[in-house]
Write a protein that binds this ligand. Structure first.
Ligand code: BTN
Length: 244
């Protein structure tokens, strides 16, 4: 480690930093910490990393796994999308052609490079970020759909440097969202989303709906055009997971 938790705490204005070799999930460790936010949990590996909608997140050594805990605020349902945007912008300094996928992913040529999971714990939000950095192998069924910075450009990347730049960008971006609202980010995120004309697949009751994302409302909701030609508004509020 090229810096100590105390240095990181001081430099990034955090109340606490916890480094772990291996944990089931940084989300669970962060949820149990009682110091005042903002604070950070970072792990080299997770044995039970999780994503949205009950999915797992393969978390072998070489990736970046962190949870930043902040206090809740009015309009925080757009934190997942704004965090994914911040992540996409940060990772774009390493590789070109990254796609922000509504609501919480960063893709490279349709393969997942990074994802955000935001959970609500009482008056706090746990912003979980996973980035595939130096891994070169993924489990069988994931292989086709997942990539890493290393698989994209062949280079070895400094995971700790990435940790600092991502947490620092989130520590700037989340207060900006709290103070200026989603309208401040809307034009930039809308432009990115519209440029990628991304396919959407979602569960609606017992049906699976497929279509394309056509627009982003100033509140963060997405406008979808289904393959059957119907237009649907998907609320960004459904993006906050967790409970209690
Ligand atoms: C997704 O794409 O569905 C979100 C993936 C989020 C993974 C990160 S890794 C750090 C934090 N701890 C977890 O268990 N999950 C998030």
């Amino acid at each position: 480690m090229s810096f100590t938790p105390d240095e990181l705490k001081r430099d990034l204005g955090l109340s606490h930093v916890e480094f772990c070799e291996e944990v089931p999930s940084t989300q669970d460790v962060a949820r149990g910490i009682v110091v005042p936010p903002p604070f950070l949990v970072y792990a080299r590996r997770q044995s039970k990393g999780r994503g949205r909608l009950g999915r797992g997140w393969q978390s072998d050594e070489g990736g970046l796994y962190l949870t930043l805990v902040v206090n809740r605020f009015a309009g925080d349902w757009t934190v997942p999308l704004v965090s994914a945007y911040i992540l996409r912008q940060g990772l774009s300094t390493y590789v070109d052609g990254l796609i922000l996928k509504w609501p919480n992913d960063v893709l490279h040529q349709e393969a997942k490079l990074a994802g955000v999971l935001v959970e609500v714990w009482g008056s706090r939000l746990g912003i979980g970020v996973g980035v595939n950095v130096n891994q070169t192998t993924f489990d069988g069924n994931l292989k086709e759909h997942v990539t890493s910075l290393r698989l994209i450009d062949g280079g070895t990347h400094d995971t700790e440097g990435l940790l600092i730049s991502i947490v620092s960008a989130l520590m700037d971006g989340v207060p900006e969202l709290r103070e200026r609202g989603f309208v401040h980010f809307h034009p930039r995120i809308r432009k990115l989303l519209q440029a990628s004309r991304q396919p959407v697949r979602l569960h609606h009751g017992s049906d699976v709906i497929t279509g394309e994302l056509c627009d982003l409302y100033p509140e963060g909701d997405a406008l979808i055009e289904t393959t059957a030609g119907e237009r649907l508004r998907l609320p960004a509020g459904q993006l906050l997971g967790g409970g209690s």
